[in-house]
Design a protein around this ligand. Structure first.
Ligand code: ZN
Length: 177
């Protein structure tokens, strides 16, 4: 059952719709982002789901001890390379609280994972960070499909994007107080 159409901030037509099952996995990704924040990490979370809808793995940001490459999307890409066949990876979906950064998009593309659904876009994150006065990312923000052409990508989802924005605001306040 289709719950909500994806809304794109770059004006392109949605390729697919966000289903109730998609929303459930996306909510879990945002919950993992909140868990990351509670643990002193940045609020990002991701869930890897097989072609038949089974949750295979999930992770959250783990950059607090200084390794800025420990993004959940990167960990899931590497997990999939170790634990899944190429055929299984191609039909799997990654749900994530925030759109993949270029490093994670590249890892996703290199291991041949399938669709990505995100709650909030990289463009939204950049805008929020600028509004809050957070330092700019050292890595340029690029849409996933500029890094991995042809990949099916859906998002953002407005309600969940608002929740992610709130988590980012709390993270900013905690890191500046
Ligand atoms: Zn990343």
């Amino acid at each position: 059952m289709v719950a909500e159409a994806a809304v794109y901030d770059d004006g392109r037509e949605p390729t697919t719709m966000i289903s109730d099952a998609d929303l459930e996995h996306l909510r879990r990704a945002v919950e993992l982002a909140a868990e990351g924040l509670e643990a002193g990490d940045e609020p990002f979370g991701s869930v890897l789901v097989s072609g038949d809808g089974t949750v295979l793995a999930e992770d959250r940001n783990r950059t607090a001890d200084g390794d800025q490459t420990r993004h959940p999307e990167f960990e899931l890409a590497r997990w999939s390379a170790t634990n899944m066949t190429p055929e299984e990876r191609a039909v799997a979906t990654v749900y994530t609280s925030g759109e993949h950064c270029p490093m994670c998009s590249a890892a996703h593309g290199w291991v041949g994972l399938g669709r990505i659904v995100y709650a909030s876009s990289g463009e939204q994150l950049s805008t929020w960070r600028a509004e809050m006065g957070s330092p700019a990312s050292p890595v340029r923000n690029l849409p996933i499909r500029e890094v991995v052409p042809g990949l099916v990508v859906d998002g953002p989802v407005p309600d969940l994007a608002n929740r992610v924005r709130e988590l980012q605001r709390r993270h900013h306040n905690a890191s500046t107080s």
